[in-house]
Design a protein around this ligand. Structure first.
Ligand code: IPM
Ligand code: MN
Length: 363
């Protein structure tokens, strides 16, 4: 097949982990006879430095002209301690989500049996954890108007707004995901306090009739945060609004002990973006230490969901398991004998390029 992929490496460790994912892109092209046209664009601090804008119009054009987007990370410490900075890298990410209509952030959380000891939770709590969070990404308090300060400047306000249309389009995806999984959907909200949460519950209740095989439960976000630690195995599909999703997906990302392994998708109606969840991690940027697996698994999600290349995505998954089984792992997972970013990328790309069909029979 021929496909166009927009590649946005971004800031911090973004460029080096995306470089490893691109090794896998090339290995897959060769092995499975595809042609992927790659178009690189600037975003985040890198884009501000070059153009003054965190999401330049040329980058938007590259994205709109592509079949899918592979994204690294955004954020630079020089902006973190400067609340008065007029332009911030994160604005690029929010603008990109809004302008490209990327309304559903999908984060699968799955524990690897080989890495249970890395979890901050007890091993028996994280064994067989396998859930996915659907976080609404273009509404809620992140974007609601009005927002700002009063005239005196001593009072600030943000507004949380949701329409039924926004709720229905992501809820459909979550219901469908649940029917392809274990049939369990948890709506996480704060319906005891917030009007928007009550609209979420009402809307989901109305939709539930069309999905009779799904077991639906409602959970307040504070309770969900607690249960995710106490018994993460109980979750299958979680559906939630933007801000609650931001918070609980960070919580979810660490319970398996391997944040550097977790990919994500931000899906829109016709175009979707794929990114590792770990962020720009400036502390190790440029040091060849960052774990490229989350970026490589994000590529696997891209191949599967945007291009329908399930066999190719599977080859990547097997390549990752190959690395984990053989302890080809970066520092945060194997401090006593770490491999570099490049070595992990080379091992997975090499695995794909080799006769992965024969090798994977053992898994
Ligand atoms: C995320 C990030 C962003 C968010 C920031 C960088 C704006 O934390 O993707 O979860 O809050 O959505
Ligand atoms: Mn976040």
């Amino acid at each position: 097949m021929k496909a166009k992929i927009a590649v946005l490496p971004g800031d911090g460790i973004g460029p080096e982990v995306i470089a490893q994912a691109l090794k896998c892109v090339h290995a897959i092209e060769k092995k499975y006879d595809h042609q992927f046209e790659l178009h690189e664009g600037l975003i985040g601090a890198a884009a501000i430095d070059a153009t003054g804008e965190p999401f330049p119009s040329n980058t938007k054009k590259i994205c709109l002209d592509s079949d899918a987007i592979l994204f690294g990370a955004i954020g630079h410490p020089k902006y973190d301690n400067d609340p008065s900075a007029k332009v911030r890298p994160e604005q690029g990410l929010l603008a990109m989500r809004k302008e490209l209509g990327l309304f559903a952030n999908i984060r699968p959380v799955k524990s690897y049996p080989q890495l249970l000891h890395m979890s901050p939770l007890k091993e028996e709590k994280v064994r067989d954890v396998d859930f996915v969070v659907f976080r609404e990404l273009t509404g809620g308090i992140y974007f609601g108007q009005p927002r700002g300060r009063n005239e005196a400047g001593d009072t600030a306000f943000d507004t949380c707004v949701y329409s039924k249309v926004e709720i229905i389009r992501i809820a459909k995806m979550a219901f469908e995901a649940a029917s392809n999984r274990r049939g369990h959907l948890t709506l996480v909200d704060k319906a005891n306090v917030l009007a928007t949460s009550r609209l979420w519950r009402e809307t989901i209740q109305e939709m539930a009739g069309s999905y009779p095989d799904i077991t639906l439960e409602y959970m307040y976000v504070d309770n969900a945060a607690m249960q995710m630690i106490q018994n993460p195995r109980r979750f299958d599909v979680i559906l939630t609004e933007n801000m609650f999703g931001d918070i609980i997906t960070d919580e979810a990302s660490v319970i398996t002990g391997s944040m550097g392994l977790l990919p994500s998708a931000s899906a829109g109606a016709s175009l979707s973006l794929y990114e590792p969840i770990h962020g720009s991690y400036p502390e190790v940027a440029g040091m060849n230490k960052a774990n490229p697996i989350a970026a490589i698994l994000s590529l696997a999600m891209l191949l599967e969901y945007s291009l329908d290349l399930t066999v190719e995505a599977e080859a990547i998954h097997h390549g990752v398991v190959h690395c984990i089984d053989r302890n080809i792992l970066t520092e945060e997972l194997l401090p006593e004998n770490p491999s570099s970013t490049e070595q992990v990328g080379d091992a997975i790309a090499g695995f794909i390029a080799a006769d992965s069909v024969i090798q994977t029979k053992s898994y």
